[in-house]
Design a protein around this ligand. Structure first.
Ligand SMILES: [Cu+2]
Length: 503
């Protein structure tokens, strides 16, 4: 793609179809589109997926849409009050009369960004206008178990509930919210129900940097241009559609100046894609993971981002000649059996050089991140597959999820050490609710290797035949889910639950 095309696109100021934000119970979302062909932006270096039935590719190359924000309905200091509604909504993907039906929070794809502060008292009024039960799970956030959208607490079709929690000091990070009803999580998420949460700290050492927010989602369309149902390959390998969207736009354009430093928060809200993210033409520091900032930034060539996971990067515009200027996902083999593995770099976003800027300084240390102490309890978690039983194919400790069975008990405040073993053919990204963990070590070809640095995470990719050792503390009592974050695997039973008891 030539630079003048970028400029042309930027000048056109085309509204992304998903950037528009309408209430679900108002008019269906109709957004003025751009004439894709007339703009002449053939993108030779980018794949052009064409859906079955001759639907043209989605428009690409438009400026990255900003995530719409969920407004705070109160002016009271330290309080956040708002309402979320899950409902069907129609979107004009091609900017013409064709409508594609999604399920969305407040009519927005992805859902509105919820910006909070440490210490906030949060009260969100939720209405379910879907034809299925649903919940809102506050992925990664330290919220009480009964407020965390467990499958045991469904909101019936037409029903409502309040989600209330208070954010502790030290919880600043990038989180997200998505449904977690038993057996319907994947479908509700891939039809559009996912949104970002940012919890901010008043002592943020990177608050001087401009921020970019990139929420990655997967879109699979059928021959009629509607969101496709999962097929057998999706159920097995995890869903992968024709498109990876960022903030609802396909292959958007991000402006960046030579020398400019930006803080990028990236969310993987896909069902199953494991991204190996890279920005080959630029300098990239990994500064944060699921649970917030690291102790210090680490220069990286690429970052593996499993489904459910988040990273924070400091990107410095360099535009090195000969290197792909965009944000790409490099090939990564995750053991799929039915879908082809990614063979070449996939361009997720283009980056347009937009002038020159001074390079802002970074602090040498971001925050303390001390190791957790010695564990008071150890557990082994085995992730496995049984291809012979289509009703219980994906297992945790040899069992398929049963909502009425407690798989173990723990204690609030006690350090636990888990060895999570991938006794499987595929990678299974492991997620634990209610807290953040530290990965201490993992096996490489059967040999334990210490992690190069500590980080707070709530998802860790467990590759085939890999083991991961991690530690955590639950500070609130209640039933906490642990599961594979390939949402199709979770729905098929690759989930368990542990009851953490107050002392
Ligand atoms: Cu899995």
């Amino acid at each position: 793609m030539q630079r003048r095309d970028f400029l042309q696109l930027a000048a056109a100021g085309s509204a992304s179809w998903l950037a528009a934000h309408v209430m679900a119970d108002e008019l269906p979302m109709v957004v003025a589109g751009t004439d894709h062909a007339a703009m002449g932006h053939s993108m030779p270096q980018m794949a052009s997926p064409v859906t079955g039935g001759g639907m043209p590719p989605l428009p690409a190359g438009e400026p990255l849409p900003a995530l719409p924000r969920l407004g705070n309905e109160t002016l009271d200091a330290g309080k956040f009050r708002a309402a979320l509604t899950a409902a069907p909504v129609d979107a004009a993907l091609w900017g013409d009369a064709r409508q594609t039906t999604f399920w969305a929070y407040n009519g927005s794809l992805p859902g509105p960004l919820i910006e909070l502060w440490e210490g906030d008292d949060v009260d969100i009024s939720f209405a379910n206008q879907l034809a299925q039960p649903t919940t809102i799970h506050w992925h990664g956030m330290p919220v009480p178990a009964e407020q965390d959208g467990n499958p045991h607490d469904p909101v019936a079709p037409g029903g409502r509930r309040q989600y209330r929690f208070t954010l502790p000091e030290g919880s600043a990070a990038s989180y997200w919210y998505h449904p977690h009803p038993h057996g319907h999580t994947a479908e509700q998420a891939f039809r559009g129900l996912a949104g970002a949460v940012i919890v901010r700290s008043k002592h943020d050492p990177l608050r001087h940097l401009p921020e970019q927010h990139l929420l990655l989602s997967d879109l699979k369309l059928d021959a009629a241009g509607q969101v496709a149902a999962n097929d057998m390959a999706d159920m097995h390998d995890g869903r992968e559609g024709q498109y990876v969207l960022i903030n609802g736009a396909w292959q958007p354009m991000i402006p960046l100046a030579q020398g400019e430093r930006q803080r990028w928060r990236i969310w993987n809200a896909t069902s199953s894609r494991i991204f190996k993210l890279a920005l080959p033409a630029h300098d990239v520091l990994l500064v944060g993971t699921d649970g917030g900032l690291l102790e210090q930034g680490h220069p990286v060539e690429s970052v593996l981002l499993p489904p459910g996971g988040r990273v924070e990067l400091v990107v410095t515009g360099r535009f090195r000649a000969g290197a792909q200027a965009g944000l790409i996902s490099q090939p990564y083999r995750r053991g799929k059996m039915m879908h082809p593995e990614q063979a070449t770099d996939e361009v997720l976003a283009s980056i347009m050089q937009h002038g020159m800027k001074p390079t802002l300084a970074l602090p040498a240390r971001l925050r303390p991140l001390p190791p957790l102490g010695e564990p008071g309890f150890r557990r082994r978690i085995e992730l496995s597959e049984n291809m012979a039983d289509p009703k219980a194919m994906f297992l945790i400790n040899g069992r398929s999820y049963d909502m009425n069975r407690i798989d173990g008990t723990g204690k609030v405040g006690r350090i636990e050490e888990w060895e999570v073993q991938g006794n499987a053919h595929m990678d299974h990204p492991f997620h634990l609710h209610g807290t953040q963990f530290q990965v201490l070590a993992r096996t490489v070809d059967g040999v334990w290797e210490d992690e190069p640095f500590l980080a707070w995470r709530d998802v860790v990719n467990v590759a085939a035949n890999e083991s991961v050792r991690l530690r955590f503390v639950q500070s609130l009592p209640g039933l906490r889910m642990l599961h594979c974050h390939i949402l199709e695997h979770e729905d098929q039973g690759m989930m368990a639950q542990i009851d953490f008891l107050a002392e």
